[in-house]
Design a protein around this ligand. Structure first.
Ligand code: GRF
Length: 211
């Protein structure tokens, strides 16, 4: 059975595009795209591919909980197997995360547990790191701290800037995220009792590392 996915975005949606391109051959279908920001390019991508989309603007809600509830009720109508955060720049509250427990994925532009939060490329440069990368993880109630599924990394060159790193890391993300979503779609990937299982084997805390 095809895995039904809802994708949440806040911006240009290059990861969304990578997922749209991978979907037909990867056993999942994107049922809906939801953005918390109007006018972002990710919405154009959805429209071009005839994927229903919805904007739920967070500033029009009085609290995080109210926004989360509106988001939940939109997602409930779809009843997806998986929720994929693809550049979704909102922290989801505990109630939302519990409701969709074990079926929310996020991609983060750092080698978690290093650099949760924003500005990850500059932070890696400032720390003099030799390596940098991207992580896909299950979403739990702690920001960017859920169980890691997979990471991919690059070596940092002396000439790298936050901008060049962002470009290189995005290229990695566009391969890594569809791969992980296809694992979930085919039933190979699960979160059970806070442990990440791939092909029924518990992954190490750093997930499945491709580099
Ligand atoms: C990516 O770097 C992702 O890791 C982060 O936000 C960025 C989104 O980019 N969460 P895009 O909107 O998919 O182009």
């Amino acid at each position: 059975m095809t895995c039904r996915v809802v994708i949440l975005i806040s911006g240009s949606g290059t990861n969304l595009q990578a997922l749209i391109d991978a979907a037909p051959k990867s056993g999942f279908n994107i049922e809906m795209v939801v953005s918390n920001k109007p006018g972002v390019f990710g919405l154009e991508r959805a429209k071009k591919h005839k994927i229903p989309s919805k904007v739920i603007e967070h500033p029009s809600f009085g609290s995080r909980e109210e926004f989360d509830r509106a988001l939940s009720s939109t997602i409930d109508k779809i009843n997806p197997d998986l929720i994929v955060l693809a550049g979704f720049m909102r922290i989801l509250g505990a109630e939302f995360v519990r409701r969709f427990k074990n079926r929310i994925l996020n991609i983060h532009p750092s080698l978690l547990p290093k650099y949760p939060g924003t500005n990850t490329h500059q932070r890696a440069l400032d720390a003099g790191d030799k390596k940098h990368g991207a992580t896909v993880h299950f979403v739990t109630e702690d920001l960017d701290c859920g169980p890691i599924i997979a990471q991919d990394s690059i070596l940092i060159n002396p000439s790298d800037t936050a901008k060049t790193l962002a470009v290189k890391i995005l290229e990695k993300e566009h391969i890594l995220y569809p791969q992980v979503v296809s694992w979930f779609a085919s039933g190979r990937l699960k979160l059970e009792n806070d442990k990440v299982l791939l092909d029924q084997r518990v992954l190490s805390p750093n997930g499945s590392t491709t580099n």
